[in-house]
Design a protein around this ligand. Structure first.
Ligand code: DGP
Length: 115
């Protein structure tokens, strides 16, 4: 997609600190980390929001969670634990209209998911 910042990261038009990449998925460090480890895991397919996920994306979404599992082990935070967040729409504060899974780790995260 022309103006999508994450598509630009996928196409290497914008640099990012990539921790994992294959033909379907890319994962990179969030530019504005909310935890000591804050990785964004995204599909290479441009899907705007979670509301746009269709049945044909089922395997892709399941695959993303396999990759999160792999990254957690690769980056060494699997054992201590981590949190996965996906924002959808205005009230959730979704800034980038390309679905993404925030993976947060590296410290004891707060008890509350929302403020
Ligand atoms: P959300 O609010 O769920 O749409 O989160 C978008 C996240 O994307 C936010 O935590 C900051 C991150 N982000 C935005 N632009 C860039 C960028 O150019 N590079 C990287 N690495 N992260 C970005």
């Amino acid at each position: 997609m022309n103006n999508c910042i994450f598509c630009k990261i996928i196409n290497k038009e914008i640099p990012s600190k990539i921790v994992y990449e294959d033909d379907k998925v890319i994962a990179f460090h969030d530019v504005n980390p909310a935890a000591p480890i804050h990785i964004l895991v995204i599909p290479k397919k441009h899907i705007e929001t979670l509301l746009d996920v269709s049945e044909e994306d089922s395997n892709l979404i399941a695959y993303i969670f396999q990759i999160i599992n792999k990254i957690a082990k690769q980056e060494g935070f699997a054992e201590k634990g981590f949190r996965v967040i996906a924002n959808c729409g205005e009230d959730a504060g979704q800034e980038v209209k390309h679905i993404h899974f925030h993976v947060l780790a590296g410290k004891k995260l707060g008890d509350k998911i929302v403020e």
